[in-house]
Design a protein around this ligand. Structure first.
Ligand code: SF4
Length: 147
């Protein structure tokens, strides 16, 4: 087995080469300047992705295929500022599951439990620091002689 150090410069050159090859294979019409209407549609897509507990990360021009069940959806990284709202949603789901069990609405219990698992997972993501960008101290590099 051998090892190869991949330097950032090589990665950037390989990526640029890939983009250049891909462009040469695609119809040139795809690289025209977009119209005003296309730009508006592009920007509106990102505005419309904002939901109460975060911003949907689905790709541009793709529809929501998860029936807007955002609390259950892995494409929604939770917004740390919305932790309180997520806790409210979780508490509400716990109460609704208890009510459904008490009233014998067993058809609802399973769906509510899936939503509860989704809300708890989003809270765990926030506990793990998902969505919070903090600086990581990597220390000062030293030469072998300094050790
Ligand atoms: S359900 Fe998922 S894909 Fe659909 S809007 Fe919510 S986060 Fe986006």
């Amino acid at each position: 087995m051998r090892y190869k150090a991949a330097y950032p410069k090589e990665a950037i050159e390989a990526y640029r080469g890939f983009i250049a090859r891909r462009r040469s294979e695609r119809p040139s019409a795809e690289y025209r300047t977009p119209t005003e209407a296309e730009w508006d549609e592009f920007l509106a897509h990102f505005e419309k992705r904002k939901v109460s507990i975060g911003t949907c990360a689905r790709a541009f021009s793709s529809p929501c295929v998860h029936e807007h069940a955002c609390v259950r959806c892995s494409l929604l990284p939770p917004d740390p500022a919305q932790r309180g709202r997520l806790e409210e949603i979780r508490d509400n789901l716990v109460a609704r599951i208890a009510e459904a069990e008490r009233e014998g609405w067993l058809g609802e219990v399973e769906g509510l439990q899936v939503s509860l698992a989704g809300a708890e997972e989003k809270l765990r993501q926030l506990d793990r620091g998902h969505g919070q960008h903090t600086a990581v101290d990597l220390g000062i590099p030293t030469t072998r002689g300094d050790r």
